[in-house]
Design a protein around this ligand. Structure first.
Ligand code: BDR
Ligand code: CA
Length: 309
């Protein structure tokens, strides 16, 4: 099993990432950290605990991290995720408190306490991971790899060329890319093939657990807002794709390439520049996912959810 820390901003699709990480037997979820993103930190920190509570997972610490990006005001996405970040189902009270340590301290303790390097999957603005690498460079070799949902090899979803997580904190993304830690970007070019079709929803409902039923209510809302905002009634379930890469490295095709993020563009801040054709002649610095085995992905996710409450 691969030990993993999940850093997230739930958010509907983050919840499925949490469930995949908590439920799949090939991962050991050691800690969850939260960041302000889809909605402010207070909500994401509560929603992460609600997601674990629904799934019957009580033994994973959850700690709150950065309320906003390193150098910009926080932009949120209530129009997709609702005012509380998990529009749709009635939300239970979380069964656990937040860990009194902050996210950085929990990450550091987890990395130091594990007997092998720990993977970090980030499914929100990557602020916490950047702060960890900036403040504790001594811990870099305790990190097995970082897999991040964000960016795009093509167009964006928050501005014409920027994906939401990249747009919110591009300075953090630049720090992580340049850190030297093995980094994989799972962007919109791939997650836009993880579409929540009617068949996908039927399969999930057939899993039959309380977690699956709660998930179906989340998807109902998420597909409706994606239809309203993007004209995509089969909403793309971005975040669990990044977790799936850790469960099965072959679920995506990856290329080793040059990745940069635009920090100063007048219209393109947060755009990811992925040099797939080697035009820049710079050293590759990241792995970038270019294709997804969609059926395999849904199999992994349904299997994990079926193992939860
Ligand atoms: C990303 O932005 C958020 O709204 C989702 O949770 C996902 O992490 C997709 O652009
Ligand atoms: Ca997210």
């Amino acid at each position: 099993t691969i030990p993993v820390i999940l850093d997230c901003d739930p958010g509907h699709d983050d919840v499925f990432g949490l469930w995949l990480a908590a439920g799949h037997p090939s991962l050991e979820l050691l800690a969850v950290t939260t960041v302000g993103g889809n909605v402010p930190l207070e909500h994401t920190s509560r929603n992460a605990r609600i997601a674990l509570t629904v799934a019957g997972v009580a033994d994973v610490p959850v700690a709150a991290g950065a309320a906003g990006p390193l150098a910009r005001p926080l932009e949120t996405a209530e129009w997709i995720h609702g005012e509380n970040g998990l529009g749709g189902p009635e939300l239970p009270e979380p069964a656990m408190d937040l860990d009194p340590r902050g996210a950085l301290e929990l990450m550091a303790d987890t990395l130091l306490g594990a007997d092998e390097p720990v993977a970090i999957v980030a499914t929100g603005p990557i602020t916490n991971v950047a702060m960890l690498l900036r403040d504790r460079p001594d811990l870099a070799d305790r990190i097995r790899e970082v897999v991040w949902m964000g960016g795009s090899t093509g167009r964006g979803n928050a501005t014409p060329y920027a994906e939401f997580n990249a747009l919110v904190d591009p300075e953090a993304l630049a720090i992580v890319i340049e850190s030297g830690v093995r980094f994989t970007m799972v962007g919109l070019n791939v997650t836009h093939t993880a579409l929540v079709t009617a068949a996908v929803r039927e399969r999930l409902a057939a899993v039959g657990t309380a977690t699956a039923a709660f998930g179906d209510e989340l998807l109902e809302f998420f597909c409706r807002t994606n239809a309203d905002v993007f004209g995509m009634p089969d909403g793309p379930l971005h975040d669990p794709v990044a977790v799936a890469v850790l469960v099965d490295p072959h679920v995506v095709t990856r290329v080793h390439t040059r990745l940069d993020v635009e920090l100063a563009g007048t219209e393109t801040a947060g755009a990811t520049s992925v040099d797939l054709d080697g035009m820049l002649r710079r050293e590759p610095n990241a792995w970038v996912a270019t294709a997804l085995d969609v059926d395999r992905f849904w199999d992994l996710l349904d299997d994990a959810i079926g193992r939860l409450a």
